[in-house]
Ligand binder design. Structure first.
Ligand code: ADP
Ligand code: NA
Length: 350
């Protein structure tokens, strides 16, 4: 079997928001106590939807700063940026030859981001999930904490690993690089693990506060309701006070949230921030109005986020420390990725 290894990444494409924190970074922090973890600033992904960025280098640093400020230990684990390890792009090329165009065309994120003019989207945007599979599998990582929006991409990563394992089954045996694994009921000898997504939790998909039907996202500049990690206490309070809600009071059980997406979203955010279940939160707030719940939620959000914001500001004040962490993490990541790529080249026959 494979050694358990956690991998995940965040794009340096603008302000981190509450969705990134609850769907991803907070989980990264929780997982590091009992696992070997690699956390990556995926800068190669950042140029897929938009090629030219202002100040990309500082964007990269600020994601790394958010990791560190949130409590990730870059000595015990690895924090680095993707472009520092060329093996990600190398394995992605191989996966481009494993994956089928039809698989990529079905990805909902590609359809969303490419919009109507699909012929004019970058080839990189289409191949995004192939690079994402390479990010994970170049370390043969087994577990990937992500938000719910990434579920389809992780299924594709499993499909790519599976096809590689089957297509090269004989070569994997001959080179003695593989592992006995069971896929469904089927015992096979494979090289790449079929990754497990870690999506669960009370807020796997944080929705916009403007409208509970769209996810909170970096890439919608018109959505001023988004809570950013760098927002000050006043701004957070204002945004939560303005959040769209229905006129009813809060239910005392989760079933009562059905058909009330805005209420469900706010309760989920509260639960995730407090590390409690939604039921537990509703036991406390059931029967109360949003006029009472919202200030409690804002207080909690400020309590959790403000120390992170402050530490991010401090880290970004002198970037030598962050740069040293990224350099060291890059070297350690590269050493691991080189070993895997040497085996992959052996399997392919290069
Ligand atoms: P974004 O989607 O904001 O551009 P990324 O693509 O870099 O950000 O995603 C970084 C991580 O944040 C991923 O694990 C993604 O699933 C998670 N994430 C992004 N938006 C949300 C959201 N609204 N709710 C929960 N998790 C999210
Ligand atoms: Na995303």
């Amino acid at each position: 079997t494979f050694q358990p290894l956690v991998f995940s990444g965040v794009q340096p494409t603008g302000n981190l928001h509450l969705g990134n924190y609850l769907g991803a970074i907070r989980k990264f922090v929780a997982l590091q106590d009992n696992n070997d973890c690699i956390y990556c600033v995926v800068d190669l992904h950042a140029i897929t939807a938009q090629l030219v960025h202002d100040d990309l280098r500082n964007q990269i640093r600020s994601i790394a700063a958010a990791f560190i400020a949130s409590g990730i230990d870059p000595v015990k684990h690895i924090v680095f940026n993707q472009s520092a390890v060329p093996q990600h792009a190398e394995l992605a090329w191989i996966f481009n030859c494993v994956a089928r165009i039809g698989w990529m065309n079905r990805m909902t994120q590609f359809k969303d981001k490419a919009g109507k003019d699909r012929e004019n989207a970058s080839l990189g945007l289409l191949a995004y999930p192939s690079l994402m599979a390479a990010d994970i599998l170049v370390y043969r990582a087994t577990h990937v904490p992500v938000g719910d929006d990434q579920k389809q991409h992780l299924e594709l990563a499993r499909d790519i690993a599976q096809k590689f394992n089957i297509d090269f089954q004989q070569k994997i045996r001959e080179t003695g690089t593989g592992v006995d694994m069971v896929v469904g009921e089927e015992p096979i000898h494979g090289y790449f693990p079929l990754v497990e997504p870690l999506i669960e939790g009370p807020a796997p998909r944080v929705m916009s506060l403007k409208d509970g039907t769209k996810k909170m996202s970096k890439s919608d500049p018109s959505d001023l309701s988004r809570i950013n990690l760098m927002d000050d206490a006043d701004t957070i309070l204002k945004k939560i006070r303005k959040a769209k809600t229905d006129p009813d009071s809060l239910p005392s059980e989760v079933e009562g949230l059905k058909g009330r997406p805005e209420a469900e979203n706010l309760v989920g955010i509260y639960a995730a921030l407090a590390d409690r279940t939604k039921d537990d939160v509703l036991q406390e707030f059931g029967g109360q109005q949003f006029s009472a719940f919202k200030p409690a939620l804002a207080d909690l959000a400020v309590h959790v986020l403000s120390p992170i914001t402050e530490e991010m500001r401090r880290l970004m004040g002198d970037t030598t420390h962050i740069d040293a962490i990224l350099r060291d993490g890059g070297e350690r990541a590269r050493a691991r990725a080189e070993k895997v790529m040497a085996e992959v080249f052996d399997i392919i026959g290069f």
